[in-house]
Design a protein around this ligand. Structure first.
Ligand code: ZN
Length: 273
């Protein structure tokens, strides 16, 4: 696996191959992430790499089951209210992101790709809502059958019912650290481990091992991004969690379980149609 997020995606294909795949009824996975600061020990593209690696693994699983699958160019312009006070967090307006996702779906549909599955790795609420709004518009206006894979946890967080036709509810494996008293969800042990496992070139491992754990609760996260001074005080180094506690075997298991669940639920969804 190369470091390029274009590796194994439509980007490195020729147009006749893309046309042939559409004629065969291939489905498309669309990874979505963001370019966002991830502490002093990692580069900016962690979320994009994570959405990408899960998509690549899910694609191989689906193809082994006879389902032709392409991966759209990973969409890395995202929305981040929380960390936008740090240089390196490129945050686009929700309406910009919504328009870009809509246009990607409309492009795919215009080439006769009818089924698109969004694999998102970035939890900002406005970011997620922009994806869901784009899906609803694209489904209504272009008739594309596009859905976002959404966990039970996110269904509650986003105040969805789980019955919406623009989502595909699936059992996402528990993320390390999300149930602890102190959250470990941004550039902490889990994301550091995913990067160490799959993209080690982009982690300063010696530095990660020396970073102290933060004591940030879910409640604390509400102030993020609302006030620059308070945000910098809460997360002075831009991470919350315990980077030093990274466990690459646990990360590999989580990514593998996630890709398996994605493939299983997409396969079942296609059988229902
Ligand atoms: Zn992240």
């Amino acid at each position: 696996m190369g470091y390029s997020i274009f590796d194994d995606t439509m980007v490195d294909m020729t147009w006749p191959k893309i046309e042939a795949a559409a004629e065969k009824g291939a489905i498309v996975l669309l990874p979505t992430g963001i370019i966002e600061e991830h502490g002093p020990h990692m580069g900016l593209a962690v979320d994009t790499y994570a959405a990408y690696i899960i998509s690549v693994k899910a694609k191989h699983l689906l193809e082994s089951r006879g389902i032709d699958t392409l991966i759209a160019p990973p969409q890395y312009w995202g929305v981040s209210a929380g960390t936008s006070v740090f240089p390196g967090t490129f945050s686009v307006r929700p309406e910009t992101m919504q328009a870009v996702i809509y246009d990607i779906l409309a492009s795919l549909k215009s080439w006769s790709f009818n089924r698109v599955f969004i694999i998102n790795w970035h939890a900002d609420i406005e970011h997620c809502r922009a994806i869901l709004a784009a899906l609803q518009d694209a489904r209504r206006e272009t008739n594309v059958d596009a859905v976002c894979l959404v966990s039970e946890f996110d269904i509650r967080r986003l105040r969805l019912t789980g019955e919406e036709d623009y989502i595909l509810k699936y059992p996402q494996p528990p993320m390390m650290g999300i149930s602890d008293k102190y959250v470990d969800i941004h550039a902490g042990s889990m994301e550091t481990a995913v990067m160490m496992k799959y993209f080690p070139k982009h982690v300063k491992a010696a530095m990660a091992r020396k970073l102290p754990p933060t004591r940030v609760t879910l409640e604390d996260l509400r102030i993020l991004g609302k006030n620059e001074e308070a945000t910098r005080k809460l997360i002075p180094d831009g991470y919350f969690g315990n980077p030093a506690g990274y466990d690459t075997a646990a990360a590999e298991k989580m990514v593998t379980d996630d890709a398996n669940a994605v493939a299983d639920y997409i396969e079942a969804y296609l059988k229902l149609k």
